[in-house]
Design a protein around this ligand. Structure first.
Ligand code: ATP
Ligand code: MG
Length: 260
Protein backbone atom coordinates (compact mmCIF):
# COMPACT_ATOMS: atom_id res chain seq x y z
CA UNK A 1 0.00 0.00 0.00
CA UNK A 2 1.15 3.54 -0.68
CA UNK A 3 2.53 5.69 2.08
CA UNK A 4 -0.20 7.54 4.02
CA UNK A 5 -0.42 11.29 3.41
CA UNK A 6 -0.79 11.89 7.10
CA UNK A 7 0.19 9.84 10.12
CA UNK A 8 -0.07 10.80 13.74
CA UNK A 9 1.40 8.62 16.45
CA UNK A 10 0.81 8.73 20.19
CA UNK A 11 -0.66 12.22 20.32
CA UNK A 12 -1.18 13.44 23.85
CA UNK A 13 -2.35 16.75 25.24
CA UNK A 14 -2.25 17.59 28.91
CA UNK A 15 -3.62 20.87 30.24
CA UNK A 16 -2.74 22.19 33.67
CA UNK A 17 -5.79 23.00 35.78
CA UNK A 18 -6.33 25.62 38.45
CA UNK A 19 -6.91 22.88 40.99
CA UNK A 20 -3.32 21.79 40.37
CA UNK A 21 -3.98 18.33 38.93
CA UNK A 22 -3.26 17.98 35.21
CA UNK A 23 -6.10 17.21 32.82
CA UNK A 24 -5.39 14.82 29.94
CA UNK A 25 -7.57 16.02 27.06
CA UNK A 26 -6.06 13.61 24.51
CA UNK A 27 -4.22 10.41 25.28
CA UNK A 28 -2.23 8.21 22.86
CA UNK A 29 -4.20 8.98 19.75
CA UNK A 30 -2.77 7.61 16.51
CA UNK A 31 -4.26 7.88 13.05
CA UNK A 32 -3.45 7.49 9.37
CA UNK A 33 -4.97 9.14 6.35
CA UNK A 34 -4.43 7.98 2.76
CA UNK A 35 -4.42 10.21 -0.30
CA UNK A 36 -7.97 11.08 -1.33
CA UNK A 37 -9.42 9.51 1.80
CA UNK A 38 -11.73 10.88 4.50
CA UNK A 39 -11.27 9.82 8.09
CA UNK A 40 -14.29 10.76 10.19
CA UNK A 41 -13.84 11.51 13.88
CA UNK A 42 -16.89 11.14 16.14
CA UNK A 43 -17.37 11.29 19.87
CA UNK A 44 -19.27 13.23 22.48
CA UNK A 45 -18.57 16.88 23.23
CA UNK A 46 -15.28 17.23 25.09
CA UNK A 47 -13.90 13.87 23.89
CA UNK A 48 -10.86 15.60 22.36
CA UNK A 49 -11.71 15.74 18.64
CA UNK A 50 -10.78 19.38 18.09
CA UNK A 51 -7.68 18.99 20.24
CA UNK A 52 -6.49 16.12 18.03
CA UNK A 53 -7.26 18.11 14.88
CA UNK A 54 -5.44 21.20 16.10
CA UNK A 55 -2.37 19.22 17.14
CA UNK A 56 -2.27 17.55 13.72
CA UNK A 57 -2.63 20.93 12.01
CA UNK A 58 0.12 22.43 14.19
CA UNK A 59 -2.24 25.00 15.69
CA UNK A 60 -1.55 23.97 19.27
CA UNK A 61 1.58 22.34 20.70
CA UNK A 62 1.52 18.65 21.59
CA UNK A 63 2.46 17.34 25.01
CA UNK A 64 3.91 14.31 23.23
CA UNK A 65 3.55 12.38 20.01
CA UNK A 66 4.32 13.23 16.44
CA UNK A 67 2.73 13.99 13.10
CA UNK A 68 4.19 12.91 9.76
CA UNK A 69 3.19 14.32 6.42
CA UNK A 70 4.10 12.13 3.44
CA UNK A 71 6.63 10.36 5.65
CA UNK A 72 8.27 13.54 6.95
CA UNK A 73 8.05 14.31 10.67
CA UNK A 74 6.64 17.79 11.25
CA UNK A 75 7.98 20.17 13.84
CA UNK A 76 5.89 20.01 17.03
CA UNK A 77 5.65 23.79 17.02
CA UNK A 78 6.80 26.57 14.72
CA UNK A 79 6.17 24.64 11.53
CA UNK A 80 7.67 25.79 8.25
CA UNK A 81 5.51 27.77 5.85
CA UNK A 82 5.44 24.85 3.43
CA UNK A 83 4.22 22.46 6.14
CA UNK A 84 1.55 24.92 7.25
CA UNK A 85 0.40 25.27 3.67
CA UNK A 86 -0.04 21.53 3.29
CA UNK A 87 -2.59 21.11 6.13
CA UNK A 88 -5.50 23.56 6.00
CA UNK A 89 -8.40 23.96 8.42
CA UNK A 90 -12.10 24.62 7.85
CA UNK A 91 -13.90 25.90 10.92
CA UNK A 92 -17.29 25.22 12.42
CA UNK A 93 -18.62 28.76 12.35
CA UNK A 94 -18.38 29.88 8.72
CA UNK A 95 -19.20 33.52 9.40
CA UNK A 96 -16.84 34.24 12.28
CA UNK A 97 -14.00 32.31 10.60
CA UNK A 98 -13.87 35.00 7.91
CA UNK A 99 -12.48 38.49 8.50
CA UNK A 100 -15.56 40.78 8.36
CA UNK A 101 -13.50 43.68 7.02
CA UNK A 102 -12.17 41.80 4.01
CA UNK A 103 -13.91 41.27 0.69
CA UNK A 104 -14.37 37.68 -0.52
CA UNK A 105 -11.74 38.28 -3.20
CA UNK A 106 -9.13 39.32 -0.62
CA UNK A 107 -9.99 36.47 1.77
CA UNK A 108 -9.32 33.91 -0.97
CA UNK A 109 -6.27 35.81 -2.26
CA UNK A 110 -4.61 35.80 1.18
CA UNK A 111 -3.18 32.25 1.04
CA UNK A 112 -2.31 32.73 -2.62
CA UNK A 113 -0.15 35.73 -1.69
CA UNK A 114 1.30 34.02 1.35
CA UNK A 115 2.30 30.73 -0.22
CA UNK A 116 2.86 31.34 -3.94
CA UNK A 117 4.73 33.84 -6.04
CA UNK A 118 1.98 35.07 -8.33
CA UNK A 119 1.37 38.31 -10.22
CA UNK A 120 -1.78 40.31 -9.37
CA UNK A 121 -3.29 39.10 -12.65
CA UNK A 122 -2.55 35.46 -11.81
CA UNK A 123 -4.04 35.93 -8.33
CA UNK A 124 -7.21 37.38 -9.87
CA UNK A 125 -7.50 34.43 -12.22
CA UNK A 126 -6.92 31.92 -9.40
CA UNK A 127 -9.59 33.61 -7.24
CA UNK A 128 -12.08 33.30 -10.11
CA UNK A 129 -11.23 29.63 -10.61
CA UNK A 130 -11.61 28.94 -6.88
CA UNK A 131 -14.98 30.73 -6.75
CA UNK A 132 -16.08 28.49 -9.60
CA UNK A 133 -14.72 25.41 -7.82
CA UNK A 134 -16.89 26.11 -4.78
CA UNK A 135 -19.94 27.12 -6.79
CA UNK A 136 -20.04 30.86 -6.03
CA UNK A 137 -20.85 33.46 -8.70
CA UNK A 138 -17.90 35.64 -9.73
CA UNK A 139 -19.71 38.84 -8.73
CA UNK A 140 -19.40 37.72 -5.08
CA UNK A 141 -15.72 38.72 -5.27
CA UNK A 142 -16.56 42.20 -4.00
CA UNK A 143 -18.94 41.21 -1.21
CA UNK A 144 -18.16 41.19 2.49
CA UNK A 145 -18.88 38.07 4.61
CA UNK A 146 -21.92 39.73 6.21
CA UNK A 147 -23.46 40.03 2.75
CA UNK A 148 -23.41 36.22 2.35
CA UNK A 149 -25.47 33.38 3.81
CA UNK A 150 -23.89 30.89 6.21
CA UNK A 151 -23.58 28.29 3.45
CA UNK A 152 -22.00 30.82 1.10
CA UNK A 153 -19.54 31.86 3.84
CA UNK A 154 -18.58 28.20 4.27
CA UNK A 155 -17.97 28.00 0.51
CA UNK A 156 -15.59 30.95 0.87
CA UNK A 157 -13.88 29.14 3.77
CA UNK A 158 -13.48 26.08 1.55
CA UNK A 159 -12.10 28.19 -1.32
CA UNK A 160 -9.61 29.77 1.08
CA UNK A 161 -8.45 26.33 2.25
CA UNK A 162 -8.17 25.07 -1.34
CA UNK A 163 -6.21 28.16 -2.38
CA UNK A 164 -3.23 26.83 -0.40
CA UNK A 165 -3.33 23.60 -2.46
CA UNK A 166 -3.09 21.42 0.65
CA UNK A 167 -2.85 17.65 0.70
CA UNK A 168 -4.95 17.53 3.88
CA UNK A 169 -7.92 19.63 4.96
CA UNK A 170 -9.12 19.35 8.54
CA UNK A 171 -12.88 19.92 8.56
CA UNK A 172 -13.92 20.63 12.15
CA UNK A 173 -17.72 20.35 12.13
CA UNK A 174 -17.94 22.43 8.94
CA UNK A 175 -21.67 21.89 8.51
CA UNK A 176 -22.98 21.95 12.10
CA UNK A 177 -24.00 25.60 11.90
CA UNK A 178 -25.95 25.10 8.67
CA UNK A 179 -29.48 23.84 8.07
CA UNK A 180 -30.05 20.37 6.61
CA UNK A 181 -30.34 21.22 2.89
CA UNK A 182 -27.31 23.51 2.94
CA UNK A 183 -25.44 20.92 5.00
CA UNK A 184 -25.90 18.27 2.31
CA UNK A 185 -24.93 20.71 -0.45
CA UNK A 186 -21.67 21.49 1.35
CA UNK A 187 -20.98 17.77 1.91
CA UNK A 188 -21.56 17.07 -1.81
CA UNK A 189 -19.22 19.94 -2.67
CA UNK A 190 -16.51 18.56 -0.38
CA UNK A 191 -16.90 15.10 -1.94
CA UNK A 192 -16.69 16.52 -5.49
CA UNK A 193 -13.58 18.48 -4.59
CA UNK A 194 -12.00 15.37 -3.11
CA UNK A 195 -12.66 13.46 -6.33
CA UNK A 196 -11.28 16.22 -8.56
CA UNK A 197 -8.29 17.24 -6.43
CA UNK A 198 -7.39 14.08 -4.53
CA UNK A 199 -7.32 15.98 -1.22
CA UNK A 200 -7.64 14.05 2.05
CA UNK A 201 -10.01 15.09 4.84
CA UNK A 202 -9.87 14.68 8.57
CA UNK A 203 -13.54 15.23 9.17
CA UNK A 204 -15.02 15.92 12.60
CA UNK A 205 -18.77 15.86 13.16
CA UNK A 206 -21.28 15.33 15.90
CA UNK A 207 -23.91 14.03 13.53
CA UNK A 208 -23.40 10.39 12.63
CA UNK A 209 -25.43 10.86 9.44
CA UNK A 210 -22.84 13.38 8.27
CA UNK A 211 -19.96 11.08 9.21
CA UNK A 212 -21.62 8.16 7.43
CA UNK A 213 -22.14 10.08 4.21
CA UNK A 214 -18.60 11.43 3.87
CA UNK A 215 -16.15 9.08 5.63
CA UNK A 216 -14.25 6.12 4.24
CA UNK A 217 -13.08 5.21 7.72
CA UNK A 218 -14.28 6.32 11.13
CA UNK A 219 -12.49 6.82 14.43
CA UNK A 220 -14.58 6.95 17.61
CA UNK A 221 -13.26 8.97 20.53
CA UNK A 222 -14.26 8.96 24.17
CA UNK A 223 -12.58 10.86 27.00
CA UNK A 224 -9.49 11.64 24.97
CA UNK A 225 -8.92 8.12 23.68
CA UNK A 226 -9.77 6.21 20.52
CA UNK A 227 -12.19 3.46 21.47
CA UNK A 228 -12.79 2.06 18.01
CA UNK A 229 -11.63 2.60 14.46
CA UNK A 230 -12.54 0.97 11.18
CA UNK A 231 -14.20 1.06 7.77
CA UNK A 232 -17.37 3.17 7.85
CA UNK A 233 -19.70 0.28 7.00
CA UNK A 234 -18.17 -1.91 9.73
CA UNK A 235 -18.44 0.81 12.37
CA UNK A 236 -22.07 1.49 11.54
CA UNK A 237 -23.27 -2.06 10.94
CA UNK A 238 -21.04 -4.03 13.29
CA UNK A 239 -19.92 -1.66 16.06
CA UNK A 240 -17.75 -3.55 18.55
CA UNK A 241 -17.28 -1.16 21.44
CA UNK A 242 -20.28 -0.55 23.75
CA UNK A 243 -19.78 3.20 23.39
CA UNK A 244 -19.96 3.01 19.58
CA UNK A 245 -23.00 0.75 19.90
CA UNK A 246 -24.71 3.36 22.06
CA UNK A 247 -23.89 6.13 19.57
CA UNK A 248 -25.26 4.13 16.65
CA UNK A 249 -28.28 3.06 18.71
CA UNK A 250 -29.07 6.72 19.41
CA UNK A 251 -29.39 7.70 15.73
CA UNK A 252 -33.00 8.78 15.35
CA UNK A 253 -34.97 6.65 12.92
CA UNK A 254 -37.48 8.57 10.85
CA UNK A 255 -40.98 7.66 11.93
CA UNK A 256 -43.47 8.18 9.14
CA UNK A 257 -46.90 8.74 10.64
CA UNK A 258 -49.65 6.38 9.51
CA UNK A 259 -52.83 7.98 8.20
CA UNK A 260 -55.82 5.76 7.86
N1 ATP B 1 -7.09 25.47 26.24
C1 ATP B 1 -7.62 24.55 27.04
N2 ATP B 1 -7.34 24.50 28.34
C2 ATP B 1 -7.86 23.55 29.16
N3 ATP B 1 -8.67 22.56 28.73
C3 ATP B 1 -8.99 22.55 27.44
C4 ATP B 1 -8.49 23.52 26.52
N4 ATP B 1 -8.99 23.24 25.29
C5 ATP B 1 -9.77 22.16 25.44
N5 ATP B 1 -9.77 21.74 26.72
C6 ATP B 1 -10.50 20.57 27.26
O1 ATP B 1 -10.10 19.42 26.52
C7 ATP B 1 -11.20 18.55 26.34
C8 ATP B 1 -11.35 18.25 24.86
O2 ATP B 1 -11.78 19.41 24.17
P1 ATP B 1 -12.06 19.44 22.61
O3 ATP B 1 -12.37 20.82 22.23
O4 ATP B 1 -10.96 18.75 21.90
O5 ATP B 1 -13.38 18.52 22.53
P2 ATP B 1 -14.27 18.17 21.28
O6 ATP B 1 -14.36 16.69 21.20
O7 ATP B 1 -13.82 18.90 20.08
O8 ATP B 1 -15.71 18.72 21.75
P3 ATP B 1 -16.89 19.42 20.90
O9 ATP B 1 -17.61 18.28 20.22
O10 ATP B 1 -17.75 20.07 21.94
O11 ATP B 1 -16.28 20.40 19.94
C9 ATP B 1 -12.41 19.24 26.95
O12 ATP B 1 -12.64 18.70 28.22
C10 ATP B 1 -11.99 20.69 27.05
O13 ATP B 1 -12.62 21.34 28.12
MG1 MG C 1 -14.65 20.41 18.83
Amino acid sequence: MSEPVLEAAGLRKVYPTRAGADFTAVDQVSLTLEKGETLGIVGESGSGKTTVAKMVAGMIPVTSGETRLSGKTLAASGRSKADKRDIQYIFQDPVSSLNPRMKVRDIIAEPLKLYFKLSPKEIDARVDTLLGDVGLPLEYRLRYPKELSGGQCQRVGIARALAAEPSVIVCDEPTSALDMTIQSQILELLKDLQRSKGVSYLFIAHGLEVIYSISHRVMVMKEGKVVEEGETADIFHRPQHPYTQSLIGAIPRIQIPQFD
